[in-house]
Design a protein around this ligand. Structure first.
Ligand SMILES: Cc1cc2nc3c(=O)[nH]c(=O)nc-3n(C[C@H](O)[C@H](O)[C@H](O)COP(=O)(O)OP(=O)(O)OC[C@H]3O[C@@H](n4cnc5c(N)ncnc54)[C@H](O)[C@@H]3O)c2cc1C
Length: 322
C-alpha cells in the first residue's frame, strides 16, 4: 500500500536526522518525523500512522537513547506537549515538559519533590516511562495520575499511580509500549523557596563534579542493581561492597570500574574515567562502538561479580529493538 501519510498530517517532515534530537549526538534518519505540541496533534499523528501502517516511535528529550545509524523506518513522534499549570500543592504538566524547567518552576512556587531532576535533560514523559530517579527520590514519588493514549486502539485512559506499576527504573509504560503518556498530575510538599533552591544547587554541583557532563552521553548506561553480594572472597577483595550491601544497592559504575574498564575506548566512544556508568561520545562515535562497550561491561561484570547488568539506555533502530 502506498504511504499517504504526507497528505494526512500537516507539519510532518521526511528524513530527519535523529542525532540532532538525541543527547548522544548519534543516530540516523527517521523516515518521517512529527512534533506533537498538543494532545490533538498526537491523536492526529497516531491516526495517520495507523492508516499508513507505519511503526511509531515516541521521542521525548532523547536523553536515554542509543539510536543506530540506520535510524527508524517509520514515524517518530516527538512529544512537545509542554504546558504546566500549578494549583495549590499540585500541578498538571504535559509529557513534553522539560524536567529541569519543572524542577525550577515548582521551586519558584515553594513546591518540593523534583529537586533531584534539575540538570536531567529529559522530559516528564520519558522520566515516567523509566521511573527516573536520583539522590534517593523517584519521579513516581511526585505522581498522582497519568493520562495516556493507546497507539493501537486510540483509547484515552487515566492511570492511577497504582495502575502505573512503578518499580526500579520501570513502569507499565515501559512494559507495554502501546501507551503514550500525554500528561501527568503531580503532587508536591510545601517548603521554603530558599530551601528548595539550595537543594537544587547542591544536586547540580554534585552532577558537575561527579558526572562527565562535558561530553554527549545518555546518562547512566545500566540500572544500579538492587541486591546484596554474599560471596566472601569478593567481600574481602572489595570492602566497599559491605557498605553497598547495607544500602541494598550496588552502583553499576563501581562494578564496571573494578572490572578494569574505566577509560576503555572503542572508536570514539569511551567508558568515562570520571564515572564508569557513563559511556561518552568523544566526537563522532558510532552506535556500534557504544554498543560494543555496553556488551563488554556486561560480560566483565558478569564474569567478575556474577551480576547481570540491566541496560537502562533504550536502543532504537537495532535488530532486537524498535
Ligand atoms: C547528563 C544526563 C544526566 C541524566 N541524569 C539522570 C538521572 O539523574 N536520573 C535518571 O533516572 N536518568 C537520568 N538521565 C537519563 C534520562 O535523562 C532520563 O531517563 C529521562 O527521564 C529520559 O527522558 P527523555 O524525555 O529524554 O526520554 P527519551 O530518551 O526521549 O525516551 C526514553 C524512552 O521513553 C519513551 N518515552 C518518552 N516520552 C514518552 C511518552 N510521552 N510516552 C511514552 N513513552 C515515552 C521513549 O519511547 C523511550 O523508550 C540522564 C541523562 C543525561 C544525558
Amino acid at each position: 500500500m502506498k504511504e499517504n501519510i504526507l497528505q494526512k498530517l500537516p507539519g510532518i517532515q521526511k528524513k530527519v536526522l535523529l542525532k540532532d534530537y538525541a543527547t548522544y549526538k548519534i543516530g540516523g534518519p527517521a523516515k518521517y518525523f512529527f512534533i506533537a505540541r498538543t494532545k490533538d496533534d498526537l491523536i492526529a499523528a497516531v491516526k495517520a500512522a495507523k492508516k499508513s501502517k507505519l511503526p511509531v516511535f515516541i521521542l521525548g528529550g532523547g536523553s536515554n537513547l542509543l539510536i543506530s545509524e540506520k535510524g527508524f523506518k517509520g514515524l517518530v513522534i516527538k512529544i512537545d506537549i509542554s504546558g504546566i499549570k500549578f494549583q495549590g500543592n499540585k500541578a498538571v504538566a504535559g509529557a513534553g515538559a522539560g524536567l529541569t524547567k519543572l524542577a525550577y518552576l515548582s521551586g519558584d512556587n515553594g513546591l518540593s519533590g523534583l529537586e533531584w531532576s534539575a540538570g536531567v535533560p529529559g522530559t516528564l514523559g520519558g522520566a515516567i516511562y523509566g521511573n527516573a530517579q536520583a539522590f534517593g527520590t523517584k519521579i513516581c514519588d511526585t505522581i498522582e495520575r497519568i493520562e495516556a493514549i493507546n497507539l493501537k486502539t486510540l483509547e484515552l485512559k487515566s492511570f492511577t499511580k497504582k495502575q502505573c506499576q512503578f518499580s526500579l527504573k520501570n513502569s507499565i509504560f515501559k512494559k507495554n509500549k502501546n501507551w503514550v503518556i500525554v500528561s501527568a498530575d503531580l503532587i508536591f510538599q510545601n517548603k521554603a523557596i530558599k530551601e528548595i533552591k539550595n537543594k537544587i544547587n547542591e544536586f547540580l554541583e554534585y552532577r558537575k563534579t561527579r558526572h562527565p557532563i562535558d561530553f554527549p552521553s545518555a546518562g547512566s548506561t545500566f540500572v544500579n542493581p538492587e541486591l546484596k553480594i554474599k560471596n566472601k572472597k569478593l567481600l574481602e577483595k572489595f570492602p566497599e561492597l559491605n557498605e553497598y550491601n547495607k544500602k541494598g544497592v550496588i552502583p553499576s559504575g563501581f562494578l564496571i570500574a573494578k572490572s578494569g574498564l574505566a577509560g576503555k575506548k572503542m572508536g570514539k566512544a569511551q567508558i568515562s574515567e570520571k564515572h564508569s556508568n557513563f559511556i561518552i561520545n568523544l566526537g563522532g562515535a558510532k552506535a556500534k562502538d557504544v554498543l560494543s562497550l555496553m556488551n563488554l561491561a556486561k560480560e566483565k561484570v558478569k564474569k567478575n561479580f556474577g551480576i547481570t547488568l540491566e541496560t537502562e539506555v533504550q536502543l532504537v533502530g537495532f535488530k532486537k529493538s524498535n
